[in-house]
Design a protein around this ligand. Sequence first.
Ligand code: AOF
Ligand code: ZN
Length: 325
Amino acid sequence: MGHSVFIHRCLELAEQGRGRVGTNPLVGAVLVREGKILAEAFHEGFGKAHAERRLLENFDQKISSDDVLYVNLEPCCHLGKTPACTDIIRERGVKHVVFGMVDPDPLVSGKGIACLLKAGIRVTGPVARTRCEWLNRGFISLRTQGRPWVTLRSARTKDRAIARPDGSPLKITSGEQDRWTHQWLRGQHDAILVGVQTVITDDPQLTTRFGLAVPSPLRIVLDPHFRIPPASRVASGALASGTWVIATFGSDPGKRKALEERGVRIAEVPLMGGQFDFPSLWRLLTTPAGHFHGIASVLVEGGAKTWQSFRDAGVMDAEVILTGR
Ligand code: AOF
Ligand code: ZN
C-alpha cells in the first residue's frame, strides 16, 4: 500500500483539532505495522501534546523496526510550549518516519528532518504535500505572511445585485448553497468577519447551522464607533460570548459597557485613514492571550465596503462568489 493513504488518514485526524489548535497547525499521526494502523492521535488543542508525541506516549507496546510513523507535518525538533517530538520518536525506537510537508516556519523548516536523519532514522516525504499544505493554509499564512488566511465570500444575483435598490436585504442563495457555505466555508475558517453595516441590515447569526458537526467560528464585527444594535443576534444570548466587536480607541464607554454586559468581547484597534490598521488587527487576532488561542483563517462575509477594504489592502487569498438564480 502506498504512503499517501496513511497521510490522508493523518489529515482526517488532524481536522478534528479544528477550532481548538488556535495558531498551531492541524496535525494527525498514525503508526503502521505491515500495512495496518496500530495507533492514531491528533493535536487536540493549543499548548497540548503534539500529535506524534501523544501517539507515542499512549502506545504501550514495543515498537518494531519495521513500524512506520506517519505525520502530516514534519516533526518538531525544538522545545516550544511542549518538548521536541524528534526526541520521543528516537527514544521509542521508531526507525521510519513519513511526513506530509515541511514546517513552513523558516526558523524550524527542515530541522526536524535533519534531527531524525542524524539519529539514523529513515525519513520519507513530502507525501501528498499539496493536500497537507491546503489543510494548514492558515498556519502557513501565519508563519510566512504574519497574518491569517483570508477568504472573501459574497453572493450576488445573476444581475450582479447584492441588495435591493433601497439597500434592504435580498435572499440570494439557495438552501443548498447556504448549507455548503456553512460546512465548507464557515466550518473551515477560524473566524467570520463582517462590517457593522451587515449586522445592522441583515442581523445575521454567523454560525454553522444545519445540524452540521463543525465548530462555529469566532464572530468578528468591525465597528469603529459602536453602531451595532445591542439586541442584534450576534450580541444576544449564547452567541454573544463568541462575538468580538472591534472598535477604535476612545469609543463611547457607555455603549462598550452595554455590550460587555451582554457577554460580547470588545477589542480596540487604531484607525488609519478611516480604516482599521490591518497589522494591528492581525496582531490582536493572532496573539494568544488567556483562553484565546488566536486564529489562523478568516472568512470575510461583507458587506461591500468591508470587502473593498480587504481588496484595497491586498489582504485576500481566495474569493468565493456565490451566484443566485
Ligand atoms: C503542534 N502540534 O502536532 C505538531 C506541531 O509551542 P508548541 O510546543 O506547541 O510547538 C508548536 C510548533 O510545533 C508548531 O509551530 C510547529 O512548528 C510544530 N509542530 N505543533 O501544535 C503538532 N506536530
Ligand atoms: Zn512536535
